[in-house]
Design a protein around this ligand. Structure first.
Ligand SMILES: Nc1ncnc2c1ncn2[C@@H]1O[C@H](COP(=O)(O)OP(=O)(O)OP(=O)(O)O)[C@@H](O)[C@H]1O
Ligand SMILES: [Mg+2]
Length: 451
């Protein structure tokens, strides 16, 4: 095994300018992946000379460069905002830096008043700097100047699954596309869980699944990710973090975290894909607000299942496939973590559903936007032209609660009122952005295959 001698100085270039005399002892690190625990003291004067770029294959950008490529973080480049901060589209090429592949990027800037900070930024850099996979978003580089913390990712064309699945502005996702997305996301999680040092993702939810132009799923947001238990340990114990409606019950109750906590969250997203309902929807009657509580008892009964399937699918799905996917979701959502399947079993089970003979194939959907309205299929969908979405209403109503558990989209992160208003505004912008983007892409009435 190749042993590499790394010092704290050598880990992150361009970061933490102040150097102190009290460096931790140099560490002997083998070619194994570096962990967040190798950086357990966030105040450590990690410096920037002497980088071993073979470990962190990342570009270090100057703030000035990122300002340039996002046109000063202009509104027209704004993609959205989450707990970390705002995200902007930009473009890089070798004029910016020799050797850079010309490509669009997404630049995420830490909001200094937000709920996340250096620790989450560092987790992203450490995990995504080392983990490369088709179903994980590619981190291209970062910026760490004074108090500024930014991340530069590949730009993922279709944005996140939450928008695609729930916004009325988006055309309904066909059955096979949903399956493809579920399989891609499951492969991303399986990869993390099967690493030599397993990674627990901890924040699996629809808004963290990005979709490329071919609907390949890519997991994003590693700010909450953690290394799994080592040696004889069965779990790690940690503060409960995550998003309401997605976190596993045993994790919420005890703070005990395992890869099976991710499997539960995957089950919730699978349920969202099947039903077209959000994991938590405060606009529904009380007993229907929590998706898992409402849907789980109905998953095993084929007659009941038909009734809870997403009406936007208009019956265009494989009956057997839906039944099997529902059975799988049921297992993933088991109260007993040990009864849940591993993610590689999930991948195998879902892949088999692609071959079912009763799967509807290749019907076409025509999307012809008209002023203020977007119509899916041939029929006009009456309320799709509404300017205000339900999420914005949620954002204004949100009261925030439960330390560490983020409220669902729209009522952001149990933060102060200011943050809620900002999130509501951000969502409003997102809705406008999606509308414009859709219009640009589909404005001439192009035909899109259903899968
Ligand atoms: N690499 C990317 N390519 C394209 N769009 C992106 C990319 N990364 C993030 N976005 C978009 O930026 C917006 C904000 O994303 P972000 O992950 O910061 O927040 P979130 O997932 O909505 O919330 P949370 O903080 O709870 O994860 C989303 O609309 C997302 O689709
Ligand atoms: Mg996210």
């Amino acid at each position: 095994m190749v042993l590499k001698k790394l010092t704290w100085k050598s880990i992150l270039p361009g970061c933490l300018k102040s150097e102190s005399s009290s460096y931790p002892e140099p560490k002997q690190i083998c070619s194994q992946r570096l962990s967040i625990s190798d950086f357990s003291n966030p105040g450590s004067p990690i410096s920037f000379s002497d980088l071993s770029s073979s470990i962190f294959n990342l570009h270090v950008f100057a703030l000035k460069e990122l300002r340039t490529i996002t046109q000063e973080f202009s509104k027209s480049n704004y993609l959205g905002e989450g707990g970390f901060g705002a995200v902007y589209k930009g473009f890089i090429d070798d004029k910016l830096r020799p050797g850079l592949k010309a490509q669009p990027v997404a630049v995420k800037a830490l909001d200094p008043d937000g709920s996340q900070g250096h620790r989450e930024w560092l987790a992203e850099v450490i995990f995504l700097g080392q983990l490369k996979h088709r179903h994980l978003v590619n981190l291209i580089g970062y910026c760490c100047e004074d108090e500024h913390r930014l991340l530069v990712y590949e730009y993922v064309e279709r944005g996140n699954l939450e928008d695609k699945l729930f916004y009325r502005y988006s055309a309904a996702l066909p059955w096979l596309t949903r399956l493809k997305i579920a399989i891609g996301a499951a492969k991303g999680l399986a990869f993390l869980h099967e690493e030599e040092k397993p990674v627990i993702y901890r924040d699996f939810k629809a808004s963290n699944v990005l979709l490329d132009s071919d609907y390949n799923a890519k997991l994003s947001d590693f700010g909450l990710a953690m290394d799994g238990p080592e040696g004889d340990h069965t779990h790690i114990t940690t503060r409960v973090m995550g998003t309401e409606g997605y976190a596993a019950p045993e994790y919420i109750m005890t703070g005990h975290l395992t890869t099976m906590s991710d499997v539960f969250s995957f089950g919730v997203v699978l349920l969202e894909l099947l039903t077209g309902r959000r994991s938590v929807d405060k606009n529904l009657p009380n007993r229907e607000q929590n998706l898992v509580k409402w849907a789980r008892p109905q998953l095993k009964d084929p007659r009941k299942l038909d009734k809870i399937m997403d009406p936007r699918l208009e019956g265009q799905y494989s009956t057997e496939g839906a039944r099997k996917a529902a059975g799988l979701a049921y297992q993933c959502l088991s109260q007993h973590s040990k009864s849940r399947p591993t993610m590689s079993t999930v991948v195998r089970t879902l892949e088999q559903l692609l071959d079912l003979t009763d799967t509807p194939i290749g019907t076409f959907v025509c999307i012809v936007p008209t002023e203020g309205k977007i119509h899916g299929g041939v029929e006009k969908k009456g309320n799709e032209g509404k300017n205000e979405c339900d999420e914005i209403k949620n954002g204004n109503k949100c009261e925030g609660k439960e330390v560490g558990i983020k409220e669902k989209a729209g009522c952001e992160h149990n933060q102060r009122g200011r943050r809620h208003r900002r999130r509501a505004k951000s969502l409003r912008n997102r809705a406008v952005y999606s509308d414009t983007a859709l219009y640009k892409t589909l404005g001439t009435g192009l035909y899109f295959p259903r899968n």
